[in-house]
Ligand binder design. Structure first.
Ligand code: BMA
Length: 366
C-alpha cells in the first residue's frame, strides 16, 4: 500500500515537473518543446550557448558566402546560436533592414538548424502609423491605434500575416518546422523604439498578448518560443513592470550593451551580472529559462574583453545563451564579434575554450 502510494506520488511529481517544462503554446511542436527543455538543461548544467546576430549572412568585408562566418574564420567554428531580424517583412521587402535577403535567411536558418544550432529572431518592424523606421518615436499612440478598434488594426494584422507567412516557411526538407525563439518588441523599457517606455504599460502588454495570440491561434504557428527582452532598467521592479505574464512568455531575456571600453568595464560587468542573476532567480520560480539576448562592445576595443568582461559577467549565471550583435559589412566600426586579425582574438579563443561556453562545434560533440 505504502509502495503504491509512493509510486503514485513520484509519478505525479514527474507529471507536474514535465508540465512546468512546457512552452506557453499548448500545441507546440515536439522539436520546439525539445528546444525549450534544452534551454532549461543548459541552465541546470551551467552551460551557455554563444552566438551572434547575422553570423553566416555577412561579416566585415564579405556577404553571402556559403558556410562562412567571421567567427569561423577566426576560430574554426560557427556560433551555437544564430540571431536574425525580420524587420522589413511587414512591408513585403525582399531584404531585411540590414540587407539580408529573406530567401537567403530562410536557407541560413535551415543550415544553422542542421548543424545543431539554435535560431532566434527579432523584429525591427516599421512604425505602422507613420511607415517610418522602428526608431520613429515621434508618432504617438502607435500601439493603441494598431490594436482592435484602432484605425490601423487591419494594417497591423497584415503585418502579422506577412510575418507569419515567412515564419511558416521555416522548415527542414522533411517538412519539420524549425523551432524559433521569437523576440519581438525588445528593449521596451527604453524609449528609442515606437513600442518603448513612452507607451503605457497596459498598451504594451496588450500589444504583446495580441501578437502572441494572433501568431499562435489565428495563424496556427506552433514552432515559436517567445522571448521577452527589456533593456537595462533603473530598478529590478522595472524589469517586470511591462511583463506580459507567464502565459505569454517562454524565455526571460535581457539586452544590455557595454559602451565605452575599459573605463566602464567594471560598471557594465557588475550591474549586468547582478541584473541577470535577478532575472534568473525570478525565471527559476516560474520554471522558465533566462538568456542574455543582446550584448557586445562595439569594435571590441578592449583586448581582454571576452574573458575579463563578458565571461566574468556571465560565468556561473544561469543563462541558456548569450548573443553578441552583428558584424556589419557596410559600417566599418559597427561590429561586436571576432573579426580576422583583431587584437582581441587570442582572448576570444580563450573565451570559447572555457568548458561552459558552447560554440557550434561543441554542440555537435555533446
Ligand atoms: C542596430 C544596428 C543597426 C541595425 C539594427 C537592426 O543595433 O546594428 O544598424 O539596423 O540594429 O538590426
Amino acid at each position: 500500500m505504502k509502495l503504491k502510494y509512493l509510486i503514485t506520488l513520484s509519478l505525479l511529481t514527474l507529471v507536474i515537473a514535465m508540465q512546468a517544462q512546457q512552452p506557453i503554446d499548448k500545441n507546440t511542436t515536439k522539436e520546439t518543446t525539445a528546444l525549450y527543455r534544452q534551454l532549461l538543461t543548459l541552465i541546470q548544467k551551467k552551460q551557455i550557448l554563444f552566438g551572434q546576430q547575422d553570423a553566416t549572412a555577412y561579416g566585415l568585408d564579405w556577404k553571402s558566402e556559403k558556410n562562412r562566418s567571421d567567427m569561423k574564420t577566426v576560430s574554426g567554428t560557427h556560433p551555437a546560436i544564430y540571431g536574425w531580424d525580420v524587420g522589413g517583412i511587414e512591408k513585403e521587402s525582399k531584404k531585411n533592414l540590414d540587407g539580408v535577403d529573406f530567401n537567403e535567411m530562410r536557407i541560413l536558418i535551415k543550415e544553422a538548424y542542421q548543424r545543431g544550432g539554435v535560431n532566434t529572431i527579432s523584429w525591427h518592424l516599421i512604425n505602422p502609423v507613420s511607415n517610418q523606421s522602428a526608431w520613429d518615436t515621434k508618432t504617438v499612440a502607435s500601439i493603441d491605434s494598431i490594436l482592435p478598434d484602432g484605425a490601423y488594426n487591419a494594417k497591423y494584422n497584415a503585418f502579422l500575416d506577412r510575418l507569419a507567412t515567412f515564419l511558416g516557411t521555416l522548415k527542414t526538407d522533411d517538412g519539420i518546422f524549425i523551432p524559433i525563439i521569437f523576440r519581438p518588441y525588445h528593449e521596451n523599457t527604453a524609449d528609442w523604439f515606437w513600442w518603448g517606455s513612452q507607451n503605457s504599460v497596459v498598451s504594451y502588454v496588450k500589444l504583446w498578448r495580441y501578437t502572441v495570440t494572433y501568431l499562435r491561434d489565428t495563424r496556427n504557428l506552433h514552432h515559436l518560443l517567445y522571448a521577452y527582452s527589456p533593456d537595462k532598467t533603473s530598478s529590478h521592479e522595472k524589469y517586470f513592470e511591462r511583463y506580459p505574464g507567464d502565459d505569454f512568455v517562454d524565455v526571460l531575456g535581457h539586452d544590455c550593451y557595454h559602451f565605452g571600453g575599459v573605463a566602464t568595464a567594471n560598471a557594465y560587468l557588475t550591474k549586468t551580472r547582478e541584473m541577470l542573476l535577478y532575472i534568473a532567480e525570478n525565471a527559476k520560480k516560474r520554471g522558465k529559462p533566462t538568456a542574455f539576448t543582446e550584448t557586445g562592445l562595439e569594435t571590441v576595443n578592449q583586448n581582454d574583453w571576452w574573458t575579463n568582461v563578458l565571461y566574468k559577467t556571465i560565468d556561473n549565471v544561469p543563462i541558456a545563451y548569450v548573443l553578441v550583435w552583428r558584424n556589419a559589412n557596410n559600417r566599418p566600426n559597427h561590429f561586436y564579434g571576432p573579426t580576422p586579425n583583431h587584437p582581441a582574438n587570442q582572448d576570444f579563443m580563450k573565451f570559447i575554450g572555457k568548458c561552459n561556453i558552447i560554440t557550434g562545434n561543441k554542440l555537435t560533440q555533446q
